[in-house]
Design a protein around this ligand. Structure first.
Ligand SMILES: *Cc1c(COP(=O)(O)O)cnc(C)c1O
Ligand SMILES: [Zn+2]
Length: 386
């Protein structure tokens, strides 16, 4: 295990490895895992023989003992050249990283695989999460796989598939008449009383480690060259923050150079705190009072890692774009028909965003772009056909 320590992303306070953590005890901001990368004796050609899952990057993941790895085959998803959709949009090098192929059909599996493995390693028995959808399903599945309890709080209006899968995975599901923030409050209350460990987005440090493997995979699949632009549907921003972290780690490992993609956050018009904050030149995002969008994964009124997301968008010379529900719903059909990829609404949102970027001149027709389809469309039958 190569973890050297954990450090607060805001105040820098350092914490020893191999312990359970939620937020920084000094400032209540997210902690990030740091590695002693000089000790990592792994070169890129050696990866060829590794398993086709995110555990191929074992040396830069926090789990110490292999027997604690809880896996359902997450990661190593395809990177597909979207030629027909690219032609329709006017992009010659558009690629889609199809995260729908993960267990539970979304990229939440990556984060939960690592978070649940670490929880198991550190002796946790009961896990809890507030979720508007896929995080709940992924936690429920990995908790079942690990033989641990999952306590899930979801707004009553979550997509039906998310509620059903949690119940089938044997999780204790509470439906809440309210928003994700209300669910979060219930988890926080139960944390002390019931002894639950809260695995909310960025409120524990290991989900990010799972999600960062998207950055490692992207580099490996593109033969250790990063694309010009990454387009990412952003709710809590775990994947965006994780990939940026992966790029830094890979550069220090000597696997890639100093170049970075321009990072683009896609949000829904009815909940676009990051788009607003970037436009305002703000360091953090103001909470959205009445968030509304069909894309449940983007219905995050206040991301605890907003300051990290905004910093990455600025440092990469990227941007943030909002799209309407009508446009992302139509785009799901366009993407499905053009490429055979039936996307989650959140993934579909990348398509109108690409259109906007081209229109604004923020993207050139021959640049290499990777858009993330973050989940599978089949989980949203009730959303497509209300
Ligand atoms: C959670 C989720 C998102 C947002 O992911 P973050 O990394 O939290 O920004 C996007 N799409 C889908 C399908 C999701 O489930
Ligand atoms: Zn701190």
């Amino acid at each position: 295990m190569n973890v050297s320590h954990l450090a607060c992303a805001a105040c820098g306070q350092s914490y020893p490895p191999n312990r359970l953590y939620n937020l920084c005890r000094q400032c209540q901001k997210p902690l990030l895992v740091h590695y002693d990368l000089d000790r990592v004796a792994l070169s890129t050609p050696q990866l060829a023989d590794r398993p086709a899952s995110l555990w191929r990057y074992r040396e830069v993941l926090p789990v110490e003992h292999t027997e604690n790895v809880v896996s359902l085959g997450e990661g190593w998803t395809p990177l597909l050249h979207a030629q027909r959709l690219g032609r329709q949009l006017g992009l010659s090098r558009l690629y889609i990283k199809d995260e729908a192929l993960n267990p539970t059909a979304s990229f939440k599996a990556r984060g939960m695989a690592v978070a649940v493995s670490m929880a198991k390693e550190l002796g946790v028995k009961k896990l809890a999460v507030p979720s508007a959808g896929n995080a709940a399903g992924a936690l429920a599945a990995y908790a079942a796989r690990a033989g641990l309890e999952a306590h899930i709080f979801m707004p009553r209006d979550v997509p039906l598939a998310n509620r059903l899968e949690c119940q089938y995975y044997g999780a204790r599901v509470t439906l809440v008449d309210g928003l994700i923030t209300d669910c979060g409050r219930l988890v926080a209350e139960g944390q002390d009383r019931q002894g639950w460990f809260d695995v909310s987005t960025l409120k524990e440090p290991y989900r990010i480690e799972g999600k960062k493997t998207m950055g490692y995979e992207l580099a490996e699949q593109l033969d250790w060259q990063l694309p010009d632009v990454i387009v990412y549907p952003t709710g809590g921003g775990t994947g965006l923050i994780g990939m940026w972290k992966a790029f830094d780690e890979m550069e220090r490992l000597g696997w890639i150079g100093p170049g970075r993609p321009r990072m683009v956050s896609v949000q829904a018009e009815g909940c676009a705190p990051i788009v607003q904050a970037l436009a305002d030149g703000a360091r953090t995002a103001a909470p959205i009072a009445h968030p509304h969008t069909v894309a449940a994964g983007l219905r995050v009124p206040k991301a605890i890692g907003d300051f990290i997301i905004l910093d990455i968008l600025r440092r990469s010379r990227g941007t943030a774009v909002s799209v309407s529900d009508a446009d992302l719903m139509a785009a799901a059909q366009q993407l499905a028909a053009a490429e055979g990829i039936f996307p989650a609404p959140e993934g579909a949102a990348c398509v109108p965003a690409l259109h906007t970027l081209l229109e604004r001149g923020a993207l050139k027709p021959d640049e290499q772009v990777v858009a993330f389809n973050t989940g599978g469309g089949l989980k949203y039958v009730d959303v497509w056909q209300p």
